[in-house]
Design a protein around this ligand. Structure first.
Ligand code: SF4
Ligand code: SF4
Length: 234
């Protein structure tokens, strides 16, 4: 996501929410004296940004149901293999192949990895509007499953990626064992970030999200969970 897009999102966000000016600067890449504070919570290592100049951590809490920005401004909804089954059934499809044909789009795109390197991804994405096409991928679309009360009509069988927001996560090989890492996505769409002196105010969120993030990674990377390596022939 470019800085211009983040700025546009922040400008929209500020129509309804107060955004800390220091956080605004940070999200626009204008605060550079930042340390990564790794925090292990159960099976996940969270990377929490620490602003050295302010001596503060960036923490997060969710304002739902007062906010549903993430459902209004989703860029795409990639599905895990578990999602294909549960959401297909939830939408009353008998066959996953029919669900995939009618309700999803397969898209290839570039995504920055944790250290900024670009990775090419191909994912099967849930259509956020009935007539979504490849050209809509990555653009902000209000999701068709968002109801008038700001809830998700698919809940609890919504895509795993919806449970993950605003975190992003990745796997690393730690001496032969899989280790799940997570950090925040700063898209400028979420009003839930705030500055704090300690990590304590976010204790509960770290615990809850540790399980959600771990399960999501295991659902999208089955071979790791089952203990098989993947093989590439080159
Ligand atoms: S945008 Fe942030 S605060 Fe709003 S519902 Fe989504 S996660 Fe919660
Ligand atoms: S599927 Fe549900 S939770 Fe996910 S973006 Fe749509 S309305 Fe929001």
């Amino acid at each position: 996501m470019s800085q211009n897009e983040i700025e546009e999102s922040l400008n929209l966000l500020e129509k309804d929410w107060v955004v800390d000016p220091i956080l605004r600067k940070f999200m626009l890449g204008k605060v550079t004296d930042v340390s990564d504070y790794p925090l292990k919570v159960r099976d996940v290592i969270f990377h929490v940004p620490y602003l050295n100049s302010e001596k503060k951590f960036i923490l997060w809490k969710c304002f739902w149901p007062d906010c549903h920005n993430c459902c209004d401004r989703q860029g795409r909804l990639p599905l895990t293999s578990d999602d294909l089954i549960t959401i297909g059934k939830g939408l009353k499809y008998q066959k996953s192949s029919d669900f995939i044909k009618n309700e999803t789009l397969t898209v290839t795109y570039q995504e920055p990895g944790p250290s900024g390197q670009l990775t090419t991804m191909t994912t099967v994405n849930l259509k956020r509007k009935k007539d979504e096409t490849e050209a809509d991928d990555g653009t902000h679309i209000s999701c068709r499953f968002l109801d008038e009360k700001g809830g998700c009509s698919m809940h609890p069988d919504r895509p795993g990626v919806c449970y993950l927001y605003p975190f992003s996560s990745w796997l690393e090989n730690e001496k032969g064992n899989v280790r799940v890492h997570a950090t925040y996505q700063f898209t400028g769409d979420c009003p839930g970030f705030y500055l704090a002196d300690t990590l304590d105010p976010m204790k509960d969120e770290f615990k809850d999200y540790s399980k959600t993030i771990y399960d999501y990674n295991m659902a999208s990377n089955r071979t790791n969970r089952e203990g098989f390596g993947s093989v590439s022939f080159s």
